[in-house]
Design a protein around this ligand. Structure first.
Ligand code: GRF
Length: 185
């Protein structure tokens, strides 16, 4: 049985899908939901699934507070599901090839600094792309550049607003993220 920790900064709809998926799993258990935002909705979602939560500040993250907690809880895999702070190199090194992120675009397009959330979908719209999608990748010390595990695409119509694009991408994330995680374990 693998122990998973989910890191999220916001709503946590992906985190919820993952908790739901592994609720009765014999392969993995969501042992912790951790957030840098004390009022992130993901913490409410965790309570619903009776998953322990943990919050920390940016400074505490940089000082190794989260790493200590993950080690104390004997976490095997770290899942980034809408986590917006830079992960300290020490934490990445503590989970070699065992940290996975979801990015709401087809990397290497629309990755890197500043490319998160609505910014990504606005950029896709501004470029006039006819497709976008989701990328699930391992995390290394360069943001959005780790090994790509999985991608799925969806079409973008001319009439789609950035919000429409976001909901198409979210649907793909919810559909695939839990089972891609399972396939990695
Ligand atoms: C997702 O679009 C994910 O790709 C990105 O952050 C968003 C999180 O959404 N990294 P939610 O909090 O899971 O609803």
């Amino acid at each position: 049985m693998k122990s998973l920790a989910i890191l999220a900064s916001g709503s946590g709809s992906n985190a919820e899908k993952i908790m739901e998926y592994f609720k009765n799993s014999e392969k993995a258990k969501i042992a912790l939901v951790a957030s840098n935002k004390a009022d992130a909705f993901v913490l409410e979602r965790a309570k619903k699934f009776e998953v322990p939560t943990f919050t920390f500040s940016k400074k505490e993250l940089e000082e190794g507070f989260l790493l200590k907690k993950l080690q104390a809880e004997k976490i095997d895999w770290v899942i980034l599901a809408g986590f917006l702070l830079k992960i300290p190199a020490e934490l990445i090194r503590a989970f070699p090839d065992q940290m996975v992120n979801i990015h709401p675009a087809l990397l290497p397009k629309y990755g890197g600094k500043g490319m998160y959330g609505a910014h990504v979908h606005e950029a896709v719209k501004a470029a006039g792309d006819t497709e976008t999608g989701v990328t699930i990748h391992l995390v290394n010390e360069h943001y959005d550049e780790g090994k790509i595990i999985f991608q799925a695409a969806t079409s973008v119509e001319e009439s789609d607003s950035p919000e429409d694009i976001a909901s198409k991408v979210h649907a793909l994330e919810h559909r695939y993220f839990p089972e891609v995680i399972e396939s990695l374990l």
